[in-house]
Design a binder for this molecule. Structure first.
Ligand code: ADP
Ligand code: MG
Length: 320
């Protein structure tokens, strides 16, 4: 069952007579219960896509159905079924944490006893206990983002959209936030779509990654599948032995083997999809042939390699 279906979703902005094709005909389906991360560099079109599927921004072309409702025809019904937490919410204001949550509950028309109970539950679930009486502006970045998530969950949405929830947080706070998001997802049986420009985060935390670049989806799969299909592991070995000797020990069935001459003997580079098993195999073969490995290094495929192979650019460098 698809809870999100987008077809040919397009957004073109015209500003000062300049045309920006922010999103160029995106097709995407999200099944009930999935956690999907949109990964892409700044300006890729992640926020614009999210704003269109949440009915906040009218598409220039294309359609999207969310929770059974067309975003253009029934925006109010779409909004009643979803939670949306925009990029950099929780601005510096002086409301207390509990007031923010209660206000959100009132906004959704919940009865007083119900919104108070939900607020208390969310404060507990998102580790905001003890912070209820604090003002929002006094919270740390990680606490503020957890409050944002709590606000998005006050109406118990079936579908939650989070735009860069972890941006600006340190790696530990990021991992902690994901843990909370994952737990809330199981407790409330939610489908979650979020965006990030952190490669490692998408790799470690997301079950499915939609890679977006210049307004188009360039890949859509589990991180392991993306790496298998679009990147490779690289083994580098130093060997005491001539390239000719090494070549007869290490045949191409190990992967793509390149051997060059160097001062200590040979330098070997093996490109393979399974570096972790090929590396010991290569060492054993060298030893059997009476050759001594002098150094070994394994560089495993990353989502940055995937991005580089798909777009010709490094997302890591772009972020830096
Ligand atoms: N309201 C707007 N007016 C004009 N251009 C916009 C507007 N919103 C976004 N853009 C442009 O659209 C492109 C995609 O932006 P955005 O969706 O925010 O990317 P991301 O969230 O991936 O960083 C960028 O080039 C951005 O400058
Ligand atoms: Mg954005």
């Amino acid at each position: 069952m698809s809870v999100i279906t987008a077809r040919g979703l397009t957004k073109t902005f015209v500003r000062n007579k300049e045309t920006v094709e922010a999103v160029k005909g995106i097709n995407v389906d999200v099944a009930e219960g999935e956690l999907v991360a949109f990964l892409g560099p700044n300006g890729a079109g992640k926020s614009t896509t999210l704003r269109m599927v949440t009915s906040l921004l009218e598409p220039t072309a294309g359609t999207a159905t969310v929770a059974g409702h067309d975003v253009a025809a029934e925006p109010a019904l779409v909004r009643s079924r979803i939670g949306y937490i925009g990029q950099g919410n929780g601005g510096g204001h002086s409301y207390r944490v509990v007031d923010e949550l209660h206000n959100q509950g009132r906004f959704y028309g919940l009865p007083r006893t119900e919104y108070r109970r939900r607020a208390a539950d969310l404060v507990e679930a998102l580790d905001l206990g003890g912070l209820g009486r604090r003002s929002v502006q006094s919270l740390s970045g990680g606490q503020r983002r957890r409050l944002d998530v709590a606000l998005g969950l006050m109406n118990h949405p079936a579908l939650l959209f989070l735009d860069e929830p972890s941006t600006g947080l340190d790696p530990q706070a990021r991992a902690n936030l994901w843990e909370h998001i994952g737990r809330m997802r199981r407790q409330l049986d939610m489908t979650i779509v979020l965006t990030t420009h952190y490669l490692e985060e998408a790799d470690q935390m997301a079950e499915r990654v939609v890679v977006i670049d210049h307004g188009s989806i360039v890949a859509d799969a589990a991180p392991a599948v993306l790496k298998r299909d679009h990147a490779a592991d690289v083994i580098t070995l130093g060997v005491a032995g001539t390239p000719t000797e090494v070549r007869s020990a290490l045949t191409q069935d190990l992967g793509e083997v390149t051997i060059t001459d160097d001062e200590a003997g040979s330098s070997v580079v093996i490109t393979t999809s399974s570096g972790a098993t090929r590396l010991p195999e290569a060492i054993v073969r060298l030893r059997v042939a009476g050759l001594t490995p002098t150094s070994a290094e394994l560089s495993t495929a990353s989502l940055d390699d995937v991005f580089l192979n798909l777009t010709g650019r490094s997302l890591r460098e772009e972020a830096a």
